[in-house]
Design a protein around this ligand. Structure first.
Ligand code: ADP
Length: 602
């Protein structure tokens, strides 16, 4: 009778709790969802308990209906314990989505298997001295499984103790102890239906400690606020970082330009122009770094695998690094494996970017001593693993900073290394590129002594290279583009001047207009061009709008190239989608310009 009164009280309390819980706004995450299942299942368990008590008084204890109720009861016990276990595992471990799918299947299969057993295994109902309890194989199985689940939970919680503390889920330890004690008592005194009351108590405690919807909502809001504050700080840091980084080469460009105006000696002027070009290159590297990061974050960075000659790539890297050594007292040691395959298949542009970044860092962060560049190979079937290492005797990296190396904008000892230029983007990009190319990078560094970065990357060996055959067959045809007519459309006078000046070196006839309207007028007036280079970001009528109007004109079939500084992730694809024949980004790369001229002015 006492057990019955307990169950009715629990049912009343739980009904109130259910009402409050489900009438509140809740955070939608997996543990909240599992907790709501626990509540609902607990509620049904109590209903079955109360109904079962009534049936025992009406029907014979061994009647079919009471046996069925006992089976349902056992299913309830196992289900509740099983769901609590899933809850504890989920809050303790971080499981990624692909694994989640796999586990979900396993968990469901195991659950249905046990349920099937609980339906089939025999149960006897004992009804003596007004106490009713069931025994038999089914009951023993539930006790056994519950014991195992408790052990699994204890192990899991001890193993992931720190995570549980961080997530403030400590009340779970108290709940687990309570469940264990109730399970032990119930095993030896099955006539006391303690477990069900314990379940209700546990769900209650969870509501008031870790699963309260209001508290959870506030926690989520706090997390969101912290994230927003962090993002805001990162943005501010980024802007101040960038403004510093961009100002440095700009200062050089501006300073040397002023000097040139006052300079008479042509040799001095040439020297200063070279410095301006170096500063521009530096500026371009900064902008490209930002573009790469934005592409990576938009998931738009693609790996383009082509055939290439690795020896040529490493040769070029050595030359570029030698150029960057300047007059630093550094010994540059190079050991490139003799057994490098002649041709490999991979994204050599990105591979070059990765290795150049490591070599450039070694040059930047080493005052004296040596830099060692090693390339080794390990061949397996048709794959060649390139093991590339860059070792230096430079400033080294503190142990605590090694983990942060690949985080964007992270730079170390900035105060000490004020004169060393950098954005803190290089290694973040390197790591992302390597992830995309299924490669790895390992860092070994001693602060004050030097560092070693080792990259391993698999590339397919090409045994029958197409490039080689084409090289033999295709003799470069010299196409004359002299005298062809090109129209440049740009609202910026300097940009117009630069483009016209660059084109003039090819003996082309160029015309310049400062707006889309002027371009349309020219075409309407019957002017014919062989090529149009069109800026996009122009006031009133953009390049894209101008292009659309041109396309609507009868007999217009001049190739139009988007020539724009709008070079953020995916922009090239967007311009091609709009119908532009090709795309050149500013600042204009002479090689790119030549490629376009040769393609469209033949
Ligand atoms: P950047 O060199 O533009 O600052 P990176 O992402 O390439 O950016 O490197 C991040 C930071 O890691 C650098 O600012 C520097 O503090 C440290 N670092 C990278 N390479 C080395 C190296 N070879 N020796 C010492 N420190 C290095």
């Amino acid at each position: 009778m006492i057990s019955f009164i307990f169950s009715v009280c629990c049912l009343l309390f739980l009904s109130c709790l259910l009402f409050i819980y489900f009438s509140k706004d809740r955070v939608d995450n997996i543990e909240t969802r599992i907790y709501s299942y626990l509540l609902v299942i607990n509620f049904f368990g109590l209903i079955i308990d109360v109904i079962g008590y009534g049936f025992l008084n009406v029907f014979d204890a061994t009647s079919l209906i009471n046996v069925i109720i006992s089976h349902i009861y056992l299913i309830y016990y196992f289900t509740w314990g099983y769901i609590l276990t899933i809850y504890i595992f989920i809050i303790s471990m971080s499981i990624n989505n692909s694994k989640k799918e796999k586990y979900r299947k396993l968990v469901s299969i195991f659950y249905f298997f046990v349920i099937l057993l609980l339906i089939c295994l025999p149960i006897n109902i004992n009804y003596t001295n007004n106490y009713a309890y069931s025994e038999g194989l089914g009951v023993s199985l539930v006790y056994l499984l519950s014991g195992l689940l408790v052990i699994a939970n204890i192990i899991c919680m001890i193993k992931y103790y720190k995570k549980i503390i961080i997530k403030k889920y400590t009340p779970l330890f108290a709940l687990l102890i309570l469940t264990t004690i109730s399970l032990i008592i119930q095993t030896y005194h099955p006539e006391i239906t303690l477990l069900l009351t314990c379940h209700t108590f546990v769900t209650f405690l969870m509501f008031f400690t870790i699963e309260n919807p209001d508290v959870k909502m506030i926690e989520q809001l706090n997390i969101a606020r912290e994230q927003a504050e962090r993002a805001n700080k990162a943005k501010t840091d980024f802007l101040s970082n960038m403004s510093h980084e961009i100002r440095t080469p700009l200062n050089a460009i501006d300073g040397f330009s002023q000097l040139i105006l006052e300079e008479d000696s042509i040799d001095e002027i040439k020297d200063e122009v070279r410095d301006i070009m170096a500063a521009s290159q530096n500026l371009l590297e900064i902008v490209n770094g930002i573009l790469d990061i934005s592409k990576i974050e938009a998931n738009k960075l693609e790996i383009v695998n082509v055939e290439y000659e690795p020896a040529k790539v490493f040769d070029e890297l050595v030359k570029l690094t030698k150029g960057r050594l300047g007059d630093k007292p550094l010994e540059f040691r190079v050991n490139i494996a003799k057994d490098l395959p002649e041709y490999l298949n991979g994204d050599y542009v990105r591979l070059k970017q990765i290795v150049l970044n490591l070599l450039t860092n070694a040059v930047k962060y080493t005052k004296e001593g040596f830099i060692e560049f090693n390339v080794d190979t390990v061949r397996k079937d048709k794959v060649c693993r390139l093991i590339i290492s860059v070792k230096d005797s430079g400033i080294g990296i503190k142990k605590e900073n090694i983990d942060k190396l690949f985080t964007k904008f992270e730079r170390f000892d900035v105060d000490k290394n004020m004169t060393i230029e950098g954005t803190g983007l290089g290694l973040a990009i390197t790591k992302k590129l390597l992830d995309l190319m299924h490669g790895t990078i390992v860092v070994d560094s001693t602060y004050g002594k030097g560092s070693k970065f080792t990259v391993a990357i698999d590339q397919k060996i090409v045994t029958n290279p197409k490039t080689k055959k084409e090289e033999v067959k295709v003799k470069p045809k010299k196409v004359s583009i002299k005298g062809k007519k090109v129209l440049i459309v740009d609202d910026n006078a300097i940009n117009l001047k630069v483009a016209a000046r660059l084109l003039s070196t090819y003996n082309l006839q160029t015309e310049e207009v400062a707006s889309g309207f002027e371009c349309l007028d020219k075409i309407k007036n019957g002017e014919v061009y062989d090529l149009i280079l069109m800026d996009d970001m122009m006031p009133k009528l953009s390049g894209v709008e101008t292009f659309k109007k041109l396309k609507e004109m009868e007999n217009f079939n001049t190739p139009v190239i988007a020539l724009t500084a709008n070079a953020i992730a995916g922009m090239k694809e967007n311009y091609l989608k709009e119908g532009f024949n090709d795309y050149i980004s500013k600042p204009i790369d002479k090689k790119e310009l030549e490629r376009v001229l040769n393609t469209y002015l033949k």
